[in-house]
Design a protein around this ligand. Structure first.
Ligand SMILES: C[S@@+](CC[C@H](N)C(=O)[O-])C[C@H]1O[C@@H](n2cnc3c(N)ncnc32)[C@H](O)[C@@H]1O
Length: 267
C-alpha cells in the first residue's frame, strides 16, 4: 500500500508501524512473520498505515525518535530531533568545560541538552522553551535518560526566564525557516510539525538576532555560542555574532556538506 504511493522508505515504514501496532519487537516480527494476526491487531496496523498514507511521519505516529543513540519521546508541540542536529551536539561536547554549565534555548524534546548531559557526567544545564507542552516532553525524556537532576527546564521566550547567571556555553537550534518558505515545505513537515518550532519570521533570522545580542550578557569570560542554522544563513548569522563582539566565528558543515552550525568564540 505504501509502496504504491512511492514512499522511499515504504518497506521499513510498514515494518515499524506493524511492530508498533502489534506491540512486537523487530525480532518478534521477524520470527512470527507467517503467523495470523487477530482482527483488533490488524485494525490497529491498518489505522497506522492510513495515517502514514496521509503524510504523517513514522516517528510522529510511533511517538518517538532516536537521536545521538538515545530514544526521545515526542508530542504535538515537539519537532522530531533531526540527524543534522547531532553535529551541534558533537561540537558542544568538545566545547563544554568539565564541571561547566550549559544554556540551551528552544529545547523541544530536550534532545540537545539531554544528549550532552548523558555524555558528560559533571556538568549541569538550563533549557528554555516557550511551549509548556514541549517542556513536558523534555521533562519526561530527562527522567527516562537519568539526567533530570542536572537539567533545569524554564518556560518563556529565549533569555526572558533565565536567571542572571553566567554560562560556559549557550546552544540553540532555533526555528530558522522564513514564514513564506514554510508553505513550500514537504507535506509531513508543513501539516504535522508544530509551527512554533519552525517559523522564524519574515527573513528567517529573528531568533539569531536575539541570541547574538543577548548571549554576551549571560556568558562567562571565555563563554562560547553554538547555533544550528539553515544552509544559506551562515553569512548573515556570522555577521550578527561579529557585531555583538565575538571575534572568532567558524561555520561547520553537516554530513551532506551543507553549512549547519555557527560557532562564536573569543580569540
Ligand atoms: C527547531 S525547534 C528545536 C527543538 C530541539 N532543540 C531540537 O533541536 O530538535 C525550536 C524550538 O524553539 C522553541 N521556540 C520557538 N519560539 C521560542 C521562543 N520565543 N522562546 C523559546 N523557545 C522558542 C519551539 O517551541 C521549539 O521547541
Amino acid at each position: 500500500m505504501l509502496a504504491r504511493l512511492d514512499f522511499a522508505t515504504a518497506a521499513l515504514d510498514a515494518k515499524l508501524l506493524t511492530q508498533h501496532g502489534l506491540g512486537l519487537t523487530a525480532l518478534d516480527l521477524a520470527t512470527r512473520e507467517n503467523q495470523p494476526v487477530d482482527l483488533a491487531g490488524a485494525e490497529r496496523v491498518a489505522n497506522l498505515l492510513q495515517r502514514r498514507l496521509k503524510g504523517e511521519s513514522v516517528a510522529r505516529i510511533i511517538g518517538e525518535r532516536e537521536f545521538y543513540g538515545l530514544v526521545f519521546g515526542l508530542n504535538a508541540a515537539t519537532l522530531e530531533p533531526r540527524p543534522d542536529t547531532e553535529l551541534l551536539v558533537d561540537l558542544a561536547l568538545g566545547a563544554m568545560p568539565a564541571g561547566g554549565c550549559l544554556l540551551e534555548l528552544g529545547t523541544g524534546t530536550g534532545c540537545i541538552p539531554i544528549s550532552i548531559l548523558v555524555n558528560m557526567d559533571e556538568i549541569s544545564a538550563v533549557a528554555v522553551d516557550l511551549s509548556p507542552l514541549a517542556l513536558e516532553a523534555a521533562r519526561t525524556n530527562a527522567v527516562l535518560h537519568g539526567v533530570a537532576q542536572r537539567l533545569t527546564l524554564l518556560e518563556g521566550s529565549w533569555f526572558e526566564p533565565v536567571p542572571p547567571q553566567r554560562f560556559d556555553l549557550i546552544v540553540s537550534n532555533p526555528p530558522y525557516i522564513a514564514s513564506a518558505v514554510l508553505q513550500t515545505l514537504a507535506e509531513e513537515v508543513r501539516d504535522f510539525d508544530p509551527l512554533l518550532a519552525l517559523d522564524s519570521g519574515p527573513d528567517g533570522l529573528a531568533p539569531y538576532r536575539i541570541i547574538a545580542r543577548q548571549a554576551v550578557g549571560q556568558l562567562t569570560e571565555n563563554g562560547q555560542v553554538l547555533v544550528e542554522i539553515g544552509h544559506d544563513q551562515a553569512a548573515a548569522v556570522s555577521t550578527m555574532f561579529l557585531e555583538s563582539g565575538f571575534d572568532d566565528i567558524s561555520v561547520h558543515q553537516d554530513l551532506a556538506g551543507l553549512d549547519r552550525v555557527v560557532w562564536a568564540r573569543h580569540l
